[in-house]
Design a protein around this ligand. Structure first.
Ligand code: FAD
Length: 556
């Protein structure tokens, strides 16, 4: 058995930031199913928000975020996010990551969607990559023990406390029991539940499903963000930074169609709004091949493209065969971010003692019904540091609990059964069907009867999944096994997403119901809370924290 005071599961930005902070006074282990620098955080391009310069204010950042969230974000959590942002930015810079500068040497900032001030700090369009490598250096410098390519298959709860986890050591092919006073989940999002997604293949919502299985509530899972501009064909992200730098969205008539919908903000309206506008243009025949519109930066000139969006230039060339200096990019909306997740308070605590969550897998609810660009990277560092401190404080007065070795044997037996199972179903077929159901029936626009169909189909897939067989019988590097485990997580979460979407009879932020097109504060200004009870999904509700900003109509 392996012991640590704190075990952090997930080594993206949120997990690493929490681990580094907690390790200042605690013995910490961090687990990641891939090498930390391959975590999805590394794909972030656009920027990280903070109020830094005169003219911008905390009130403005808080209000933009509250309004962006369509009033579902918890205002106490949003205040923490915005007020602790500047010190976190300077701290990161002092760790050694030098942000892009203005001509007079200040940290440069660009405008992202839904912001009333250019407040996203960035490193060209390699913001996540730079931050991830920076924190990895800090992690190596710290005394945190790193477990690379370890896959957590189960969390252990005994006497109401989370006491440990079971891991599949992918490299060696064995299983390990880990014991901790506290576990921090930082396992990121579930984008791969959708066929069209900007997310990495590893984003399969593992932590959310693992927490749900031991009784931790999930919140607001129906709120799924669709990013308006992803490359047609692969759905690789084209950063909002491109529109922030002045890129135009155009339909097949060459019109900047956002003028018709949101003239005040144009291309920089929030993501939920722009995604819907693109879908409408395509649906009404003003797109290309009935699938996409164009994103145009041909007026930038080569020097600006090379300086500000070099990665986008490279990605468009490699994955769409487009030279963006001279040609327009084909773009369409795709799943991008998960606003919902494991319900926590502003200290990352869940309802289970010893279990914390942070980053995209958590729902402290700073994003509510729709996240603003630049606020997620911010959440990972602000809340990562905060939860790191909290967990160090928590373990100082907590004891190791007894943990039975039988958990390990039971899990080994379960996995062996899975590998030995003889069935005719294929994991990849089920994953493909599932992802198409979610994209086309629980997507940008939703309707009750289609969501019901989706739910029925998901249940059938859950049934078929029981008959999936694994051809690779070896345990060393059995990626078929990990993919089947990921499929199980995705099936659990997909049902919860669809059920939440069916249940919420209103339109708010990213959740748009054609059959209920208005926001309904009287009935629905509340968080959906989902808990596992007696093997079924129980839905309850929780009030939204409102400190200063009463809900208003959300117009841009
Ligand atoms: C293409 C793209 C661009 C983005 N751009 C921006 C941007 O410009 N600005 C912004 O604010 N936000 C952006 N976002 C969102 C933001 O990057 C993410 O929400 C954030 O980085 C998530 O960080 P995280 O640490 O919570 O999770 P991740 O970085 O996803 O890390 C998850 C970690 O969990 C581990 N893990 C998962 N399951 C298991 C398991 N079963 N066992 C062991 N380990 C496990 C993984 O190995 C990984 O280390 C972008 C997202 C995408 C997809």
């Amino acid at each position: 058995m392996i012991y640590h005071d704190v075990i952090v599961i997930g080594a993206g930005l949120a997990g690493m930031r929490a681990a580094i902070e907690a390790s200042k006074s605690a013995d910490v282990g961090i687990i990641s199913k891939v090498y930390p620098t391959r975590s999805h955080s590394g794909a972030a391009q656009g920027g990280i928000n903070a109020v830094l310069h005169p003219g911008d204010t905390f009130d403005s950042h808080i209000f933009d975020t509250v309004k962006g969230s369509d009033y579902l974000g918890d205002q106490n959590a949003i205040e923490v996010l915005c007020k602790e942002a500047p010190e976190n930015i300077y701290e990161i810079e002092h760790m050694g990551a030098i942000f892009s500068r203005t001509d007079d040497g200040k940290i440069a900032q660009r405008e992202l969607g839904g912001a009333s001030f250019p407040r996203a700090c960035f490193f060209g369009d390699l913001t996540g990559h730079t931050l991830l490598h920076l924190l990895y250096e800090q992690l190596l410098k710290s005394n945190v023990k790193i477990y690379n390519e370890w896959f957590v298959t189960k969390l252990i709860k005994e006497n109401g406390r989370c006491t440990g986890a079971i891991c599949y050591n992918i490299q060696k092919g064995n299983f390990e029991l880990l014991k901790a006073k506290a576990i921090v989940l930082a396992t990121g999002g579930y984008g791969r539940a959708f066929a069209r997604t900007t997310n990495a293949h590893i984003n399969t919502g593992d932590g959310m499903a693992l927490a749900y299985e031991i009784g931790a509530p999930l919140a607001d899972m129906e709120f799924v963000q669709f990013h308006p501009t992803t490359l047609f064909g692969t759905n690789i992200l084209v950063s909002e930074g491109v529109r922030g730098e002045g890129g135009y969205l155009k339909n097949n008539k060459g019109e900047r169609f956002m003028e018709r919908y949101v003239p005040s903000k144009m291309e920089l309206a929030p993501r939920d709004v722009v995604s819907r506008c693109i879908q409408i243009e395509v649906r009404e025949g003003r797109g290309f091949e009935n699938e996409y519109v164009h994103l145009d930066v041909t007026h930038f000139g080569e020097a600006k493209v090379n300086e500000k969006i070099p990665q986008v230039k490279e990605l468009a060339r490699k994955f769409a065969g487009v030279d963006i200096v001279k040609e327009q990019m084909p773009v369409q909306p795709a799943q991008h971010y998960s606003m919902g997740g494991i319900r926590t308070n502003i200290w990352g605590e869940t309802n289970i003692k010893g279990l914390f969550a942070v980053g995209e897998c958590a729902c402290v609810s700073v994003h509510g019904a729709n996240r603003l660009g630049g606020n997620s990277l911010l959440e990972t560092v602000v809340y990562g540091r905060r939860i790191g401190r909290k967990v160090a404080e928590y373990i100082a007065s907590a004891e190791f609990q007894k943990i039975s070795e039988s958990h390990l044997k039971d899990e080994e037996k379960r996995i062996k059964k899975l590998i030995d199972r003889k069935g005719k179903e294929s994991n990849s077929v089920i994953r493909k069907e599932l992802s198409e159901i979610l994209t086309f029936k629980v997507g940008v626009f939703r309707v009750g009867n289609e969501i019901e169909e989706a739910l029925n189909e998901i249940k059938k897939l859950q049934d078929r999944a029981e008959r999936v067989s694994i051809q690779d019988k070896e345990l060393v590097y059995n990626t078929q096994l990990t993919s089947v485990l990921e499929m199980e997580f995705l099936l659990t979460l997909s049902e919860i997403i669809a059920l939440g979407a069916l249940n919420r009879k209103e339109s708010r932020g990213a959740h748009y119901r054609n059959d209920y097109p208005e926001r309904d504060d009287a009935k629905w200004l509340k968080h959906t809370i989902v808990t596992k009870k007696d093997d079924s999904i129980k839905i309850s509700y929780e009030d939204v924290s409102i400190t200063k900003y009463q809900p208003q109509k959300r117009v841009y």
